[in-house]
Design a protein around this ligand. Structure first.
Ligand code: ZN
Length: 455
């Protein structure tokens, strides 16, 4: 684990102008139930970056957005944001299938397919972090203008009807996917398997209609066309690596363990299964069911057996933090950051533990850790939320107000951003970068300007 570089939108954001356009605020998440997870995002990038390169895209400019939704779907929205449902990852059997589906989405990007939206929906605030568990629900509850439920299925939000490509676009995206797979010496059979597996289920059950096949209308013609080129590409392809197979098994186990319910976890990963993914799924499930003793015991075993995996330390840190063992949690979060220094989310976890400890030196350290995280990924509202918290503990109210304004800005809560930025301008020196930033946010979120834009 942790071998590949981690490319995030941070790379983009860090180089962007100080003041991002207002529309950028909600860029991270285009649906109400996004989920952030360092490990899953890393694996998806590891799988997809070579394909992005083959497609002529810059990997750092393609966002892979995880959507908490048990149904099958993947779609492109908002430029280069590939959204993938947790249900898609869980239901794919092999890396080849997942890569095939996402290579097809990559085709939609490069071909510039505009998706038809029946119903515009913006919900930049609807993000949760796997590594923050319930804490984040409380954060949302404290911010009524966040406005959207964090957990729910897509059908509740009507996403089923939002995205739709035409059949011609579908075929073109398939052909593009085949080209990218060929260029990266990967088999197209995963894409065919994926279509056939779920197409069969669709036909067999009238009640089951996954949004994937609404957004991507499928026909037997399409599969025929893919098959026509598949043979020769397959002949040139290399077999899937054991590494990829293992990585997919781990993120599937994590998502299943995290999303539950426990009986489903234990069905799929019975105690008799002593594989690493099964242990991971059960550890996550125990943590989610607040069976803390089991969660700690299972996670410790994973750490002992795989001391280089940052995500087992992340999980342990999270379990300890949420059971009030703050100082112990710091040790694990610190180790996860040491093992994966390019992961901004892991830094937020560490900073959160440092901020909650009684030791003020720890709180000061949290500030630096968060600034580091923000330098890597500026638009993450959780980082700003945590920064506001740390400043608050240190009695630095104007800085805390500015951080809160940033957090509000990045979730698209403009009136709250305006209130806090305005408050910050009253106490910050206007000659400092912080003072200027507060003024900038206050002016772009000015309700009068917002009303003008609205018209
Ligand atoms: Zn499609």
């Amino acid at each position: 684990m942790g071998v590949a570089r981690y490319l995030t939108r941070a790379v983009l954001a860090a180089g962007a102008a100080l003041l991002l356009p207002l529309t950028a605020a909600a860029q991270v998440c285009d649906v109400p139930n996004c989920l952030r997870d360092a490990e899953t995002e890393q694996v998806l990038h590891e799988f997809m970056d070579p394909i992005f390169v083959a497609a002529g895209l810059k990997p750092s400019e393609v966002y892979l957005v995880l959507v908490q939704d048990p149904t099958l779907n993947a779609f492109v929205a908002n430029g280069q944001h590939i959204h993938v449902n947790t249900g898609t990852i869980i239901q794919t059997d092999t890396p080849e299938q997942l890569k095939g589906v996402l290579a097809h989405e990559t085709g939609h990007i490069t071909l510039g397919h505009a998706i038809t939206r029946d119903n515009a929906m913006r919900a930049g605030s609807g993000i949760s972090l796997i590594s923050m568990g319930l804490g984040i629900l409380a954060m949302a509850a404290g911010h009524p203008d966040a406005g959207v439920a964090l957990i729910g299925s897509s059908s509740e939000f009507g996403i089923l009807t939002i995205f739709k490509y035409t059949r011609i676009e579908e075929s073109a995206a398939d052909q593009a996917a085949l080209t990218y797979l060929d260029k990266t010496h990967q088999s197209p059979m995963g894409l065919i398997q994926f279509f056939e597996k779920f197409r069969y289920e669709e036909l067999m059950s009238e009640s089951k209609q996954d949004p994937y096949f609404v957004s991507h209308p499928i026909s037997s013609d399409r599969i025929q066309q893919i098959r026509r080129r598949a043979g020769e590409i397959e002949a040139r392809a290399q077999p899937q690596s054991e590494h990829d197979i293992h990585e997919l098994a781990l993120i599937k186990a994590k998502l299943i363990g995290y999303l539950g319910p426990p009986n489903r976890v234990f069905n799929k990963y019975p105690l008799s299964d002593t594989s690493e993914p099964a242990q991971y799924a059960r550890a996550f499930s125990a943590y989610r069911s607040t069976d803390i003793q089991t969660a700690i015991k299972d996670t410790q075993k994973l750490i002992d057996d795989h001391p280089d995996n940052p995500y087992y330390d992340e999980l342990m840190g999270q379990i300890l933090f949420e059971s009030g063992k703050i100082d112990e949690s710091i040790t694990y979060h610190r180790k996860s950051v040491e093992l994966a220094p390019d992961q901004p989310i892991l830094k937020i976890n560490l900073a959160r533990s440092l901020t909650e400890s009684k030791n003020m030196d720890n709180v000061k350290e949290a500030l630096n850790v968060l600034k580091d995280s923000i330098a890597q990924e500026r638009s993450n509202p959780f980082a700003w939320f945590s920064l506001a918290n740390a400043y608050g503990k240190l009695g630095k109210e104007p800085e805390a107000d500015l951080a809160t304004a940033e957090e509000a800005y990045y979730v698209g809560a403009m009136s709250r951003a305006h209130t806090f930025a305005t408050r910050a301008t009253m106490k910050l020196n206007p000659q400092t970068p912080e003072g200027r930033r507060a003024q900038d946010i206050a002016s772009v979120t000015d309700p009068r300007l917002q009303a003008q834009r609205g018209r």
